[in-house]
Ligand binder design. Structure first.
Ligand code: GAL
Length: 662
């Protein structure tokens, strides 16, 4: 049996050694089997350039190993020490305003700077050579939350190389960025720079290419370390912790393909049912990025969570329920930031597994309970990074997800400020979750045939391949819903002329003639008796039928929602922002049309039921996140007490059951 990994970031360098002994005793007591060591430890491992002090790390790893605790070894390259910035000022990051940053926080490096890359490679090589075959080593955690973007001379030079490779000629670049607008025509490559602070709106094409370039640069940094570690430590799987998603500085699909398995950090941003919806969103993204295979929750919080000013205080038991949600949705590891709360430093009030008050605390008692819970689910996990046949969760619904769509939706000069990608995608996922449905995320140019229903919210950009794939999916019998402004740009961020949403126009059987961004608080009546908000359009039918029409406003009487029977499938178009109940009704109707049955008919409104295949069989996880008891029909054997369940049971408020299906 393989245990589910349980533990978290462990930073023994922040504590005197006598505390380490208490740490391992408490870890054993709580069932912790994994410690992530070395994240941000650079100045403790290499206190001056080229002088390595591994003695403390040797002792810490030995102590963990002797106590049966495995390690995930991190490379500390997200936080170069002060000596680095003094010796290599040119390798510090520069902001878009031209300000050069200096050490004093973390992530203070320039990914394009040769000195940074060399220093990162050297410490990776030292660590991999020293610990690459250590018996306690379970895997590699390279860097921490890749995400540093820099400007400056090194970046400009690399950006130009990348552009020359992409476009081949300056003429092609000028055309793609449409530089005739506002006198931006480039006459030589030397004139081309990264899009920094300037007088007014920046060039959207230049900005999008810079995001793509910066993402490729971070992938290159990751690949530097992967190559070293795979050479010196070939048996240990390699990953990095994706920051889920509030910002996006790299393409998670590309990072996932480079990794042996996906690992994510996910911090829920609300309490109660909304927090649970957010956890499900993060977990479904993680599983999807990894192609449906098991993944690791590398960081989460038991209680107080950083989110700008006021920390989010989680309710008792939330850590347990969130962890179970992640296991249900494919996690083979439940890890935290971090093991013990430090008495000082910038995150001294972020919660951990052992709080400031010590183990005699509600939080540590819950950590221990969680350890017992996960310990009883040994049969779920596969060996780390193994190519378990995907997917561990099966669903026939997918939501389109693309880094380009996110970045393009952040472009300057769009017709409304609320065309953002993340809120639109999250809203559709939440609506499905509230209906008790689990969804995957998918790239439109991936294999869509695994799905019966594909949802495309806020996907303003679409390549030829993506547009063709969606069309083929619908013609072949699939069902799709596309939301307003999607498919408006080609992949050079040029508006497809002849009608907005033009990339998908043929699939949708419509022509969008005019855009009507609505004012804040303004709404438009629909003939179903409900209202749309934020956005309306003049939609002309070109083969589609109107299922809902506008009942007032600038487009009164015109189609608001359409359906196109196209080949063997259907493509619906939604030209306004629907309220929650109308969105839910639309999704329910499409799920029914696509013949997608729920896993548990009672699920929804905060009652979550997910079937997950584990290494030794299928598990059904049912969690009631709500404040009142719910009835749910389940079949299987309770994973904790062995009792048999066959039929409807009552699940108390905030209670859960985990059954092994028979
Ligand atoms: C993560 C990061 C951790 C810690 C945590 C809590 O994003 O990787 O090191 O900072 O957030 O804020």
């Amino acid at each position: 049996m393989t245990a589910i990994l349980f533990g978290g970031d462990y930073n023994p360098e922040q504590w005197p050694e006598d505390v380490w002994h208490e740490d391992v005793r408490l870890m054993r007591d709580a069932g912790v089997n994994t410690a992530t060591v070395g994240v941000f430890s650079w100045s403790s491992i290499e206190p001056t350039e080229g002088r390595f002090t591994f003695d403390w790390l040797d002792r810490a790893i030995t102590l963990l190993h002797e106590n049966g605790i495995g390690i995930i070894l991190a490379t500390p390259t997200a936080s170069p020490p002060p000596w680095f910035s003094i010796a290599h000022p040119e390798a510090l990051p520069t902001t878009a305003e031209g300000v050069r940053l200096i050490h004093g926080s973390r992530d203070t490096y320039n990914p394009a700077a040769p000195a940074y890359r060399a220093a990162a490679a050297r410490i990776t090589e030292e660590l991999a050579a020293r610990y690459g075959a250590h018996p306690a080593l379970r895997g590699w955690h390279l860097h921490n939350e890749y995400g540093t973007v820099s400007f400056g001379a090194e970046v400009d030079a690399r950006f130009r190389d990348w552009l020359e490779r992409k476009y081949g000629s300056l003429g092609a670049l000028n055309r793609a960025w449409h530089t005739t607008f506002w006198s931006q025509g480039y006459a030589s490559w030397e004139q081309v720079v990264a899009p920094q602070a300037t007088q007014y709106l920046r060039n959207p094409g230049q900005l999008l290419d810079f995001k793509r370039f910066s993402a490729a640069l971070l992938l290159e940094c990751y690949q530097d370390q992967i190559d070293i570690v795979r050479r010196l430590s070939p048996d240990a799987p390699v990953t990095t912790n994706f920051m889920l998603p509030s910002w996006l500085h790299y393409d998670p699909w590309a990072f996932a393909s480079a990794s042996d398995l996906v690992a994510v950090d996910h911090y829920v941003d609300a309490r109660g049912v909304e927090g649970a919806a957010h956890a499900a969103f993060g977990a479904d993204l993680a599983r999807s990025f990894g192609g449906g295979r098991p993944w690791l929750l590398m960081e989460q919080a038991m209680n107080l969570t950083m989110r700008g000013g006021r920390l989010l205080a989680k309710e008792p038991g939330a850590g347990m329920r969130t962890s179970l949600q992640h296991v249900a949705r494919g996690a083979d590891g439940i890890l935290f930031f971090q093991w013990r709360t430090a008495p000082a430093g910038a995150e001294a009030f972020h919660s951990t597994m052992v709080p400031h008050v010590g183990p005699d605390s509600r939080v540590f008692r819950e950590v221990r309970e969680l350890g017992q819970l996960l310990g009883a689910l040994d049969g779920v996990a596969s060996p780390l990074g193994s190519s378990t046949p995907a997917p561990v969760v099966t669903t026939r619904v997918a939501i389109a997800w693309s880094a380009d769509a996110w970045w393009a939706a952040d472009s300057p000069g769009l017709p409304a400020p609320d065309l953002d990608f993340l809120p639109a995608v999250r809203r559709v996922h939440r609506a499905l979750w509230m209906l008790g449905r689990t969804a995957d995320f998918v790239r439109l140019d991936d294999d869509l045939d695994r799905y019966d229903l594909v949802l495309v919210p806020s996907h303003c950009i679409a390549s030829d391949a993506e547009a063709a794939a969606l069309d083929g999916f619908v013609r072949g019998g699939g069902h799709a819903i596309v939301w307003y402004f999607s498919g408006t740009f080609d992949d050079e961020l040029h508006v497809e002329l002849g009608g907005y949403t033009g990339r998908f126009a043929e699939t949708l059987g419509i022509r969008v003639e005019e855009l009507h961004p609505l004012e804040d608080g303004e709404s438009v009546a629909l003939d179903t008796g409900t209202n749309g908000a934020r956005w309306a359009e003049t939609v002309r039918l070109r083969g589609a039928e109107a299922t809902v029409r506008y009942a007032d406003g600038p487009t009164c009487g015109e189609p608001a929602i359409t359906v196109h029977r196209h080949g063997d499938g259907t493509a619906r178009y939604v030209s306004t922002c629907l309220p929650d109940d109308a969105l839910a009704a639309l999704l329910e109707a499409s799920l029914a049309e696509a013949g997608i049955e729920p896993d548990a008919p009672e699920a929804g409104d905060g009652l979550e039921v997910v079937r997950r295949s584990g290494a030794d069989g299928t598990y059904v996880v049912a969690i009631n996140h709500g404040a009142t008891a719910r009835t749910v029909t389940l079949h299987g054997v309770d994973a904790f007490d062995g009792s048999r369940v066959a039929g409807p049971i009552e699940l108390a408020a905030r209670a859960f059951r985990v059954l092994r299906a028979q």
